[in-house]
Design a protein around this ligand. Sequence first.
Ligand code: ATP
Ligand code: MG
Length: 317
Amino acid sequence: MAECKINDLNIAYFEIVDGRVKDMNPAAEKLLMLAYEAGIKDFKRYLAERLNAGDVMLRLQHREFGIKTLSSSPLRILVFGLDEFRPSLEELFDISSFQHEMKNPLTVIDGTSQLILAKSSDSYIKKCAGIILNETQRIKHILQNIRLLSGMVLEYSEFEVKDFLEEMLNSLNVLFPEIRLAVHVEPNLSTVTADKKKLFMAVNNILKNACEAQRTGQINLNIATDPTIKYICKSSGTAVPMLKISIVDSGTGIPEETLSRLFTPFFTTKNRGTGLGLVIAKEITEKHKGRIEVQSTVGMGTTFTLYIPILKEIIKA
Ligand SMILES: Nc1ncnc2c1ncn2[C@@H]1O[C@H](COP(=O)(O)OP(=O)(O)OP(=O)(O)O)[C@@H](O)[C@H]1O
Ligand SMILES: [Mg+2]
């Protein structure tokens, strides 16, 4: 009975006797695969070393896991993904009342600083009012993003990929005229069914980061279906093809210690960043029942890849 619950919860369970795995559940098999892909060939040994060192956490492929020892003889261990136990964004923010409380004072600050800007002839006072106005806009922008994140609802439609890309090119060209965006689209992929506005925002946020990390030269945007990966539709059990959108820059790259924090709200390494761009991109992708992958090498560049199931049936799943 206990083991059945362990399986349901997707917690990896290992029983190790004389250095050999005597028993493990399906989640543990998946974890072994993940460790193997991360270059750890002997996971039992790796785990034993961590336990001997008194560790209660480990990191694999940029995900964090907690380790809990159930008994030492025989050695019975649980390994669980910490992400699964973190509260959702909706649980973190009671955004509607928070926004309401913030809106009135912000409107007053905004209006008053605009008035000072218009009426004052003192250049120093004008400068100060300008700073207040800018920072107020920034707070408003953060609040808008937080509202977007809490309780996001998608509005699906079928749209032309070429329109989507044209808007993307125009928007980027204004902000980053030194960047050349090279677009590669699978020849037969003319339409996509998704929330166009939100998907645009997700891709745009990632592209903006790429431009900020590179500033000049070429960035590649590739859109294609990926025949090797399928999404299994829960209601019908059918395998649905995935749309793969990759954004490839040759900018600064992302150091290892930053990679694990990329999707943490408000994490930023930029002076004027809010640290919400990637959180929004991830939330939008996951609402589409997709996922984001990142590969990066410092000094070489970064590739962000979005995978999204593309059939309309997904909307109802
Ligand atoms: N392509 C990239 N190359 C290098 N670093 C990146 C790249 N994409 C993201 N990052 C890093 O990830 C951090 C978080 O990105 P995110 O988009 O969430 O916030 P931001 O860009 O700092 O702020 P905002 O998006 O609000 O302007 C960035 O500050 C940067 O350090
Ligand atoms: Mg950003």
